[in-house]
Design a protein around this ligand. Structure first.
Ligand SMILES: *[C@@H]1O[C@H](CO)[C@@H](O)[C@H](O)[C@H]1NC(C)=O
Ligand SMILES: *[C@@H]1O[C@H](CO)[C@@H](O)[C@H](O)[C@H]1NC(C)=O
Ligand SMILES: *[C@@H]1O[C@H](CO)[C@@H](O)[C@H](O)[C@H]1NC(C)=O
Ligand SMILES: *[C@@H]1O[C@H](CO)[C@@H](O)[C@H](O)[C@H]1NC(C)=O
Ligand SMILES: *[C@@H]1O[C@H](CO)[C@@H](O)[C@H](O)[C@H]1NC(C)=O
Ligand SMILES: *[C@@H]1O[C@H](CO)[C@@H](O)[C@H](O)[C@H]1NC(C)=O
Ligand SMILES: *[C@@H]1O[C@H](CO)[C@@H](O)[C@H](O)[C@H]1NC(C)=O
Ligand SMILES: *[C@@H]1O[C@H](CO)[C@@H](O)[C@H](O)[C@H]1NC(C)=O
Ligand SMILES: *[C@@H]1O[C@H](CO)[C@@H](O)[C@H](O)[C@H]1NC(C)=O
Ligand SMILES: *[C@@H]1O[C@H](CO)[C@@H](O)[C@H](O)[C@H]1NC(C)=O
Ligand SMILES: [Cu+2]
Length: 567
């Protein structure tokens, strides 16, 4: 049984504090900013699941990787040393990295990769954020096995705005392939088709007993009757939005993407890749064994790995021989559940944790999301699937965009990404299956410092509609509105929630619908924005914002660290 977040280093620091305490410096130390240091060794390790053993890329040989356990206000220093054969980079998903894109991690966007045999130290402050985030590889599809939780505790003396849980447990939902994921992806690219889907879903790296050879690969947590538990749920799957439920137990959602929300109670939750959800669960049912289960939400006829991963919530004293009870998950295509669940998400919006929603907009952006087919002479039937924003499929540069911006290196990218699609059409009308070509380019949007941005993400029926979870680096944004069909610029804005909309870093754009987000561009740098379905990202469903420096002393991108990897 693994209960508390894995916190080896934290324990060491605690010991250190105790030692310092004995010589009488405790009050001083308790208030000083703490530096938390981690060593991340990227290592290949043989791991066996579903009766198959295979070498996977890991951090410190762990799968999932170690938990980063910090407190708001801490400085975090993580030395990543790459002993694997692949280029590597790590993204600290949801950390704002104020002026400090150098520590953000997406390969070729904010840094060149850490090549085999090399190290790079990510050095950042955790400022103004607390809650559950996560880290993952941000190159190739290596995040399939290279990921872990980030737990940011509130500042000392600041309680949670909800009942103090008896214990906290991290639940990382993932996907598992029986074969080498990089080979699977290469095969897909060769054909111009989606790579083979995963063979299992996992909870904390374990698929659970519904899969073959998986009894010992089952995550279990023990609970005591009457106690309340905080579950920190992270969707680290590559391509699936997931439902999650616990048999017999309701969950109270209290936080999403490391932002407190208005608590509400639910039987099941929906979580898109990249998102996190904290829930309180009270162990108040008949003492027994209960399955926690996760399975994808997919409301359009696109094949996905629809297999169910399970873990066990087990009351203290109940023997392992008791057959666990299975929860009722929403049907895979339950669009109504998905939209009513998302409608319940609201920022807490208290004086202590306000929702600073931009009330006016300096820059209106409208990006269409499209799938398509481009020519590929070497592919199976001469075409390959591709994805685009405003009909532009993003081409990865050869050197980091942030470096190019900071050192004013010409010719790496253009800042002519259009604010609107090149031509308007009935975006969500009948499926468009002809003329599916897209243009290619490394084209970014330039945004003035501290301007307010509203971005409408509009799904289209180019090839098919589909739900896309969009992630913006360097910021949280407010999800002010969402709807099905085409965004109506005359009617829809009047329905926006500008008071307590959910604040997050990743949001699902519904299949055949739109989502409106707002943010204040007060973090200078180059910030990636992409679909968090790895499949679509690799097909080009991504772009970046170049947020200009401001004029003040603390309003420009910091100089790069000395060990920034070269290309
Ligand atoms: C890993 O497992 C594979 C397949 O079972 C085997 O060929 C290989 O030798 C193993 N490698 C290590 C380092 O144990
Ligand atoms: C990072 O770790 C590697 C491997 O242990 C070591 O060689 C390197 O000096 C470390 N870098 C820093 C900045 O500590
Ligand atoms: C982190 O905070 C410390 C202390 O305020 C400061 O010296 C350092 O420059 C900050 N680092 C970054 C990357 O902002
Ligand atoms: C799961 O997916 C497979 C393959 O796409 C399909 O044949 C099967 O009907 C699906 N099962 C459910 C319950 O949706
Ligand atoms: C390409 O080949 C695949 C697999 O044979 C097929 O399903 C698909 O319809 C083909 N696409 C075109 C445009 O011919
Ligand atoms: C767009 O297409 C849908 C579905 O075919 C149709 O119901 C709708 O009226 C169309 N909208 C416009 C503006 O043409
Ligand atoms: C996208 O661009 C391609 C290539 O320029 C063009 O053929 C296609 O018509 C465009 N599609 C849309 C929806 O704008
Ligand atoms: C950004 O603009 C807001 C609203 O005008 C202002 O209150 C704030 O001080 C500005 N921030 C910076 C860093 O200039
Ligand atoms: C800039 O940052 C430094 C260190 O964080 C701080 O002491 C100073 O007050 C800031 N200056 C302004 C104008 O905000
Ligand atoms: C690793 O990254 C470097 C720098 O971009 C590149 O030159 C090299 O080809 C990459 N190596 C592999 C194995 O992809
Ligand atoms: Cu997508």
């Amino acid at each position: 049984m693994k209960m508390a977040p894995n916190g080896h280093l934290h324990l060491n620091l605690k010991t250190l504090f105790l030692l310092i305490g004995f010589i009488g410096f405790v009050p001083f130390v308790a208030n000083a900013a703490t530096v938390k240091r981690y060593q991340f060794d990227i290592q290949v390790k043989n791991v066996s699941r579903l009766c198959h053993a295979k070498p996977i890329v890991t951090v410190n040989g762990m799968f999932p990787g170690p938990t980063i356990y910090v407190r708001e206000g801490d400085r975090v220093v993580i030395n990543v040393t790459n002993y694997a054969q692949y280029n590597m980079s790590i993204h600290w998903h949801g950390l704002k990295q104020f002026r400090n894109g150098w520590a953000d991690g997406p390969a070729y966007i904010t840094q060149c990769p850490i090549q085999s045999g090399n190290s790079y130290t990510y050095d950042f402050n955790v400022t103004g954020q607390r809650g559950t985030l996560w880290w993952h590889a941000h190159i190739l599809w290596l995040r399939a096995t290279v990921y872990g939780a980030i737990v940011i505790m509130p500042m000392e003396g600041t309680p949670y705005p909800f009942p103090q849980p008896h214990m906290e447990v991290n639940l990382l939902l993932g996907e598992w392939w029986n074969t080498d994921v990089e080979q699977v992806v290469k095969q897909g690219e060769k054909l111009g088709l989606p790579p083979a889907m995963s063979d299992a879903h996992t909870i904390n790296g374990k698929p659970g007993p519904l899969f073959p050879c998986s009894e010992k690969h089952t995550f279990a947590m023990e609970v005591e009757w009457g106690k309340t538990y905080l579950l920190r749920i992270i969707n680290s799957a590559l391509n699936d939005e997931l439902f999650f439920a616990i048999a017999g137990h309701k969950m109270t959602v209290v936080e999403i993407d490391a932002v407190y929300c208005k608590p509400f109670t639910t039987q099941a939750l929906l979580i898109a890749p990249g998102q996190t959800t904290n829930v309180l669960v009270r162990a108040d049912q008949l003492p027994s064994r209960y399955f926690m289960a996760t399975r994808p939400f997919m409301d359009v006829p696109i094949p996905v790995d629809n297999k169910t991963a399970t873990a066990i919530l087990q009351y203290k004293g109940i023997p392992n021989t008791v057959m666990p009870i299975m929860p009722q998950l929403p049907a895979s295509d339950d669009t109504d559940f998905a939209s009513s669940y998302n409608d319940k998400l609201k920022s807490l919006n208290t004086p202590q944790f306000p929702a600073n929603v931009p009330q006016t907009v300096d820059r209106h952006l409208f990006f269409t999301i499209g799938l398509g087919r481009n020519a590929c002479p070497t592919c199976l039937n001469g075409t390959k699937l591709i994805a685009s924003l405003n009909n532009i499929s993003f081409v990865m540069p050869k050197i980091g965009l942030l470096q190019s911006h900071f050192f004013k290196i010409k010719g790496v990218f253009k800042t002519d990404f259009p604010d609107r699609p090149p031509k308007s059409f009935n975006y969500t009308g009948a499926p468009l299956t002809a003329n599916l070509g897209t243009s290619l380019g490394t084209r970014l949007s330039r945004i003035a410092f501290n301007s307010t941005v509203e971005l409408i993400l509009q799904d289209t029926n180019l090839l098919t509609v589909e739900s896309h979870p969009f992630h913006l680096h360097g910021y949280n944004f407010f999800v002010v509105g969402t709807g099905i069909g085409n965004f109506d610029p005359t009617k829809d804005p009047s329905k926006f929630n500008l008071v307590d909309p959910p604040e997050r870093n990743t949001v699902g754009v519904p299949a055949g619908g739109w989502t409106a987000i707002r943010f204040r561009a007060d973090n200078p740098g180059v910030w990636f924005m992409h679909c968090h379905l790895e499949l679509h990202t690799s097909w080009g469903l991504k772009t970046a914002f170049v947020v200009e420096d401001g004029k003040g002393p603390n309003e420009s991108v910091l100089p790069p660290p000395k060990d920034l990897p070269p290309c």
